[in-house]
Write a protein that binds this ligand. Structure first.
Ligand code: FCB
Length: 449
């Protein structure tokens, strides 16, 4: 599958982990076995989800986890990235829910039996609804509740976890959830965005401390979505627009974590839009992490204009079914740029993948574009590795077709097709290609340890 990958590539070495990723709300279902979260409530608001769907059943993964674990083993991945649903793991009083614990225990044990390393994310966007009712991420106390959750997860599950991630893409939780409101809980405003963002970052810092003290040897990181922000032309005002967009999008979360400070943009904001920083916050947020998780999908080009000082250009060239530009070299560019600008800890690509209009015909899903996307991004990653960027692993998004947030079930990112009527799984052509490549990596042991 990866025809042009040189034999000596780091990607072929045992230490480089190859995995696939999912998240709790997007696949689990079993809504009756947990408390509601913000996405349950959001899905019930008319017009919020493109196909009017919800996560009640999703891929029915809770009931089918054994078969899904077998799929992972069949693929031959080294690692699996999944998330815990806070509202399944804990009750309203912050006590362990035995049924939720039993499910995540089963999952971790099943991975151990199959020799697959679990990369576990604590927050992939599903805040328990009872915390949202008390102000959600606009409340500082939510960060403390998250720390308590992290501590319990570490004590009960930490012995089988390969690596923890505190948050997935806090920019999305803050901007899409509290800024422009296209994601749960659907609140809006620039002030709300920065407040929620700060409390999410604080939650990361507080959880980092808790995880470190409860499960000492397990590395802890955070997963951010960083897309290169390029100017749409060589006009100086577009170069400025791209810089503002970059500070607004990814540096707003990356710099506090890596350098314990907000980007300079913060100094220019009116009072009402300032993050609510208290003494000690930035030191807590900027405490060293063991690894940085990056999710890469696309590059964006910006022009000066609009209320925020930048406007995204329509994507150029080939796009995915999400309308995102397909640009493998953007991954190399991003990694090299970040390595040049910051003291980077080891990096894992925690998501990368493509939505396509797949079809299942007579039990076969032919998706050569996904296999090509995967190959091209791995070749770009190989270039970054050769340039000296310390990337330790790659997770493809996603194992299964699943609930794609505001897009409902209309977008398919999976290596494995899910029939939403029967919930049957059908490995796509890309899954077969990947399996073949993974099985052929020279010198890599497969299967149970
Ligand atoms: C990322 C999310 C993930 C998935 C992909 C397509 O932003 O982390 O849950 O929806 O996009």
């Amino acid at each position: 599958m990866i025809e042009n990958l040189p034999g000596d590539s780091v990607l072929n070495q045992e230490a480089f982990l190859f995995g696939v990723a999912t998240s709790a709300f997007q696949i689990e279902g079993a809504v009756g076995e947990r408390r509601p979260c913000i996405w349950d409530a959001f899905c019930r608001e008319p017009g919020k989800i493109r196909d009017g769907s919800n996560g009640d059943i999703a891929c029915d993964h809770v009931a089918r986890s054994e078969a899904d674990l077998d799929l992972l083993a069949w693929l031959g991945v080294d690692a699996y990235r999944f998330s815990i649903n806070w509202a399944r793991f804990l009750d309203e009083q912050g006590r362990i829910d035995p049924r939720g614990l039993a499910f995540y225990d089963r999952l971790l044990d099943g991975l151990a039996e199959r020799g697959i390393k679990p990369f576990v994310t604590l927050y992939h966007w599903e805040l328990p609804q009872h915390l949202e009712a008390r102000g959600g991420w606009l409340e500082r106390d939510t960060a403390a509740r998250f720390r308590d959750y992290a501590a319990l997860a570490a004590t009960r599950l930490g012995d089988r976890v390969e690596a923890w991630a505190t948050l997935n893409e806090p920019w999305c939780s803050a901007w899409l959830g509290y800024g422009n409101g296209i994601h749960a809980p659907g609140r809006t405003g620039l002030g709300a965005y920065r407040k929620a963002g700060h409390h999410l970052l604080l939650a990361h810092g507080m959880a980092l401390e808790a995880l470190r003290s409860e499960s000492k040897s397990v590395p802890v990181g955070i997963v951010l979505n960083d897309s290169p922000c390029l100017p749409a032309s060589d006009q100086p005002e577009d170069a400025d627009a791209a810089r503002i967009a970059e500070a607004f999008h990814y540096r707003w979360f990356l710099e506090p974590v890596l350098a314990g400070r907000y980007p300079g943009l913060a100094d220019e904001l009116p009072e009402a839009q300032q993050p609510p920083i208290r003494p000690g916050d930035l030191a807590c947020i900027g405490a060293p992490i063991d690894y940085l998780g990056l999710n890469y999908y696309t590059v964006e080009r910006y022009r000066a204009g609009g209320p925020l000082g930048f406007e995204a250009e329509p994507p150029q060239g080939t796009t995915s079914d999400m309308g995102w530009a397909v640009d493998p070299d953007g991954l190399r560019h991003l990694l090299e740029e970040l390595a040049e600008r910051y003291e980077l800890p080891p990096v894992y690509i925690c998501e990368n993948g493509i939505a396509l209009r797949d079809e299942c015909v007579d039990g076969v899903v032919d998706d050569p574009r996904r296999a090509a996307y995967l190959r091209d991004h791995l070749l770009a990653l190989d270039e970054a590795l050769r340039a000296g960027v310390d990337v330790r692993g790659y997770f493809h998004w996603s194992l299964l077709d699943n609930f794609e947030w505001a897009e409902g079930y209309t977008k398919r990112f999976g290596l494995v097709w899910v029939d939403y009527d029967t919930l049957e799984r059908v490995p796509k052509g890309s899954a077969h290609a990947l399996r073949q490549w993974l099985g052929a990596r020279p010198g890599i042991r497969r299967g149970t340890p």
